[in-house]
Write a protein that binds this ligand. Structure first.
Ligand code: NAD
Length: 283
C-alpha cells in the first residue's frame, strides 16, 4: 500500500504539527477535531509556523501554499474514509482515546493503518479495544513536530510486522527518523529523560547545588542543549509529575518516586513557563 492520504484526529499542538509535516511532504491530509473553533485554531497555528519557516529561508513560499492547499479540515469522522493511514493526536485520556479509535476503525478501510501519538497510554491496552489490533501502532512525535526529527514507533503485543513497516515508511516520508520500541511505559526517550529531570529536582531539593549550577553542569559537562530544570519548565512540571507517577505505578519500583520538591511546586501552581514561574521566573 502506498500512503496518499493521512487522517489526523485532533488539531491541537501535536495534531496540527503532524498535519503540517505531512502536507509539506506532499501528502493529502484530512484533519478532524470536535469543533470548528479547534480546527481554525489548528490551521492558524500551521499557517504561522509555515510563515516562520519561509521567513527563515527554510521553506519555499510555493511549498507553503501547496501544503496549505493539501489540508482539508472537518468535524465529521466520515471524511476519514479516504485515509490510508490515520494518526490519533487528541487529548491524553484513555476513555476518550478508546472512543476515538473505535470511531476511526468504524469508518476507515480494513487495510488502513491506525496509529496513536499517546505519550503515556499503553499501545497494547489501546489496541485491545479494536476489532483488528494488528493494524494499530504507536507513532510518538516530539514537540514542535515540524522541527523535531524523532518519531518513536511503538509495537503493541498485537501489532503485526507489516504495520510497523508502513509506519517506518511514513516516518521517513515525513523527513523524520524512526526508532522502534516495544510497548513499555515512557517508551525510550521519556523513560530516560523524565527520571533524569526528577534527579535534578532531588539535587536542588537537597541543596547540593543551585538550579543555575545544575543546569550549567548538564549543558557544559554532558553537552545537553538545555539544562534539566530549564527543560522541566518548558515541558510543564505537572506533566513531569504525572509521568513520574505513571512510572512508579506501572513499574512498581521506588526508583521512580517523584521528588517531593517537584510535587510541592506543582501544588503551588508553579508549573513552569506556561504559568510564568516554575524553577525559574518568566516575564
Ligand atoms: P492539545 O490539547 O493541544 O490538543 C488536543 C486536541 O484534541 C484538541 O484540539 C481537542 O479539541 C481535540 N479533541 C478532543 N476530543 C476530540 C475528539 N473526540 N475528536 C477529535 N479531536 C478531539 O494536546 P496535544 O499536546 O496536541 O496532545 C495530543 C496528544 O499528543 C496527546 O495524546 C499527548 O499525550 C500527545 N503528545 C503530546 C506532546 C506535547 O509535547 N504536547 C508530545 C508528544 C505526544
Amino acid at each position: 500500500m502506498t500512503i496518499e492520504t493521512l487522517g489526523v484526529v485532533g488539531a491541537g499542538t501535536m495534531g496540527n504539527g503532524i498535519a503540517q509535516a505531512a502536507a509539506v511532504a506532499g501528502l493529502k491530509v484530512v484533519l478532524i477535531d470536535v469543533t470548528d473553533a479547534a480546527l481554525v485554531k489548528g490551521v492558524n497555528a500551521m499557517t504561522a509556523s509555515l510563515e516562520r519557516l519561509v521567513a527563515k529561508g527554510k521553506l519555499e513560499a510555493a511549498t507553503r501554499d501547496a501544503a496549505l492547499a493539501l489540508i482539508e479540515t472537518s468535524t465529521d469522522y466520515q471524511r476519514l474514509a479516504v485515509a490510508d493511514f490515520v494518526v490519533e493526536a487528541a487529548t491524553e485520556n484513555l476513555d476518550l482515546k478508546v472512543r476515538i479509535l473505535q470511531q476511526i476503525e468504524s469508518v476507515v478501510r480494513p487495510d488502513a493503518i491506525i496509529a496513536s501519538n499517546t505519550s503515556s497510554i499503553s499501545i497494547t491496552a489501546l489496541g485491545a479495544n479494536l476489532a483488528d489490533p494488528s493494524r494499530f501502532v504507536g507513532m510518538h512525535f516530539f514537540n514542535p513536530v515540524p522541527l523535531m526529527p524523532l518519531v518513536e514507533i511503538i509495537s503493541g503485543l498485537q501489532t503485526r510486522a507489516a504495520t510497523v513497516e508502513l509506519v517506518r515508511e511514513l516516518t521517513v516520508r515525513l523527513d523524520k527518523s524512526p526508532i522502534s520500541v516495544k510497548n513499555s511505559p515512557g517508551f525510550v526517550v521519556n523513560r530516560i529523560l523524565v527520571p533524569m529531570i526528577n534527579e535534578a529536582f532531588f539535587l536542588l531539593y537537597e541543596g547540593a547545588a543551585t538550579a543555575e549550577e545544575i543546569d550549567a553542569g548538564m549543558r557544559l559537562g554532558a553537552s545537553h542543549p538545555i539544562g534539566p530544570l530549564a527543560l522541566a519548565d518548558l515541558i510543564g512540571l505537572d506533566v513531569l509529575l504525572s509521568v513520574t507517577d505513571v512510572f512508579l505505578r506501572d513499574f512498581g519500583d521506588s526508583k521512580y518516586r517523584a521528588c517531593p520538591l517537584l510535587r510541592e511546586l506543582v501544588a503551588a501552581g508553579r508549573l513552569g513557563r506556561k504559568s510564568g514561574w516554575g524553577v525559574y521566573r518568566y516575564e
